[in-house]
Design a protein around this ligand. Structure first.
Ligand SMILES: Nc1ncnc2c1ncn2[C@@H]1O[C@H](COP(=O)(O)OP(=O)(O)OP(=O)(O)O)[C@@H](O)[C@H]1O
Length: 611
């Protein structure tokens, strides 16, 4: 009896510890809005780390949204890599049975690649190389897990001013399994057109292959090189026109493999176009970069390299190291079993709840043992969060936050068309496509073009309002509790958020690099910056000096509190050396981008304690 009592109180203690959640995060300011919700920066008072908390509201309003959210949180739990954004925590909802919103805690990033590209016109060859390296390294990891992102674009790549990139937004991603048919009907596939591979232009029948992501990376890399989108098609016909303007008309052999009749006919009837030399299109780019770019942008998916092959390209000589480019264990079928059957809202709710419990180990144990309380209404941290977010949404910016429209898609059906032998490189997938359309910077991607004989199964989705307001600079970010929580990026943040327009904010020659004997924000000569870069680059490539270099250079790279392997940490640390080596070169402009990226005003100091 006494023992029972003890057991009960210890369970209760554990249980209420879970609600330490509420006071653990001090919310600071709204930093972004998407169609799924609002993102705020916050401080994790346990660790002192800055985090981004995304409120995803009304997740069960439409079952395809709920499935998308489940897919994303699952994938981000399973794909742990320094070049992929990390979920640190998910708040426990107040009730297992009727929760509607979830709060996901991410590592905080300063900006995204879209903003970085817009704000920087002086990126160097080292930046180009390092950006592409990180993207391919992430892709190698993702693809070896048998996951295809399917919506890679600059906005889905978060960036820090130290040049660190991290892929995010796995809402359209798919896991492929070897036992499944190769060809699927991409009815709901609506990834951003500009980055969409030619085999998906106009055709909803396509093999599900990693080459689709490789194409997107090629487009993104070209955009990094020139500052402009490579193929900004207004519709899929225009998209194909732009592609063929650069790459020339594909060979008859390639055209014959295009599945969509009308697209095939369009391509074969197109006037013959000669390819433009990449050295002409990108005159100042490194020839090796262009050689790789041309391969990434092969019209025929079978001619594109895998991420692993691309990493072995001579362009990365001196930077690439197989030990730093890990693969991932393929994701088990069990994890995505829900994609292969009809599920109800309640099924998805239970699966999301189960996923949330991964961040609450004691409750997960109880859940697995069947000892958790199913009907209990938790004293929830979420309630507090809801009020704080609501307050910020109303008062944090210029007027109330109007959530962007979600573009719901219909529920998936079994739309597998047929099965053919599967080449090793082209992993298939099973099951229906159940995507929610993704956005595109300036136009509605949800098109059923004149190639497609398919009527849309859903109504035309409302157009998403672009979120970014270039050049907008927000007020100063106030430190949490008189600086009690030391932000390792303080100096930068002050400079970035000085309240002046971006051009006046920090002259380009300022870097954030901390060098002995100089202030963090010291003005560096071109030569000094180059030297710094060279030093750190050497460090990054020399296993023997890694620790010394790390000791010398603050701030450290923050890794997950979650279950990351040693090798993953080492990988991050090594990468960090290199990213910091580029820091002084790009930080200013990336900082401007970060400021521009923050849309609304600042939360008054101590705000989070108002509730
Ligand atoms: N970890 C993070 N750190 C900093 N900013 C972030 C982070 N995650 C998201 N953001 C920013 O918040 C905004 C909205 O986030 P996100 O795009 O993930 O929301 P969403 O609702 O999924 O959007 P979408 O409508 O594009 O699907 C974006 O501008 C993004 O850059």
């Amino acid at each position: 009896m006494q023992q029972d009592q003890r057991k009960k109180s210890s369970t209760e203690a554990d249980f209420f510890t879970e609600y330490g959640d509420a006071s653990r995060y001090k919310i600071q300011e709204v930093i972004g809005k998407g169609s799924y919700g609002v993102v705020c920066s916050a401080i994790d008072v346990h660790t002192g780390e800055k985090v981004a908390i995304k409120k995803i509201h009304d997740i069960f309003e439409h079952i395809s949204d709920a499935a998308r959210i489940l897919r994303e949180i699952k994938l981000l739990r399973l794909l742990r890599h320094p070049d992929i954004v990390e979920i640190k925590h998910i708040m426990l909802p107040p009730s297992r049975r009727d929760f509607k919103d979830i709060y996901v805690v991410f590592e905080l990033m300063e900006s995204d690649l879209h903003q970085v590209i817009k704000a920087n016109d002086d990126l160097t060859k080292e930046h180009y190389q390092f950006f592409l390296y990180q993207l391919l390294r992430a892709l190698k990891y993702i693809h070896t897990a048998n996951v295809y992102h399917r919506d890679l674009k600059p906005k889905n790549i978060l960036a820090n001013s130290n040049c660190k990139l991290k892929i995010c937004d796995f809402g359209l991603a798919r896991v492929a399994f070897n036992d499944t048919p190769t060809t699927i009907f991409w009815t709901d596939y609506v990834a951003t057109r500009w980055y969409r591979a030619p085999e998906l232009c106009g055709s909803f029948f396509s093999k599900y292959t990693p080459a689709i992501d490789i194409w997107s990376i090629g487009c993104i890399f070209a955009e990094v090189l020139t500052g402009k989108p490579l193929f900004p098609g207004k519709n899929v016909v225009h998209q194909l026109d732009l592609m063929t303007d650069l790459l020339g008309t594909p060979s008859m052999d390639t055209i014959s493999r295009v599945r969509n009749d009308k697209a095939r006919r369009y391509l074969s009837s197109m006037r013959k176009k000669e390819p433009i030399l990449f050295s002409q299109k990108f005159p100042s780019a490194d020839p090796l970069a262009l050689d790789l770019l041309q391969k990434l942008l092969a019209f025929d998916p079978k001619d594109r390299p895998t991420a692993e092959e691309a990493l072995a390209h001579p362009y990365f000589k001196g930077l690439a190291k197989v030990e730093r480019e890990p693969s991932c264990q393929p994701i088990t079928k069990m994890e995505f079993e829900f994609e292969r059957r009809r599920v109800t809202k309640e099924d998805i709710r239970e699966l999301i709840f189960r996923e949330i419990l991964e961040y609450h180990p004691q409750l997960l144990k109880d859940y697995i043992n069947g000892t958790e309380r199913t009907t209990f209404l938790y004293p929830s941290a979420v309630d507090q969060f809801r009020k704080q977010f609501a307050h910020l949404e109303e008062n944090g910016g210029n007027g109330p936050v109007i959530p962007m429209d979600r573009k719901h898609t219909s529920l998936p059906r079994s739309t597998i068309v047929h099965s053919t032998p599967i080449p090793a490189k082209e992993q298939p997938r099973i099951g229906p496509s159940r995507d929610k359309p993704s956005d595109e910077p300036y136009s509605n991607p949800r098109e059923f073009d004149r190639f497609s004989g398919n009527a849309p199964r859903t109504s035309q989705a409302p157009q998403r309002v672009p979120t970014a307001r270039p050049g907008r600079v927000v007020g100063p970010v106030l430190p949490y509790e008189n600086g009690a929580t030391k932000d390792s990026y303080d100096a930068r943040r002050l400079a970035m958020n000085s309240g002046y327009p971006p051009q006046q904010q920090i002259p380009q020659a300022y870097g954030y690099y901390q060098i002995p004997g100089k202030s963090a924000c010291s003005e560096l000569s071109q030569a000094e910056r180059y030297t710094l870069h060279q030093q750190a680059y050497t460090c990054a490539n020399s296993a023997t000096v890694t620790d010394v270099a790390l000791d010398m250079r603050a701030p450290p790279f923050h890794l997950s509190g979650g279950p990351k392997s040693d090798s993953s940490e080492r990988l991050a640390a090594e990468t960090n050396l290199y990213t910091r080596s580029l820091n002084g070169l790009a930080a200013t402009a990336a900082g401007v981008a970060a400021s521009a990226h923050r849309k609304v005003g600042v939360v008054p100091y101590g705000m989070s304690r108002m509730y």
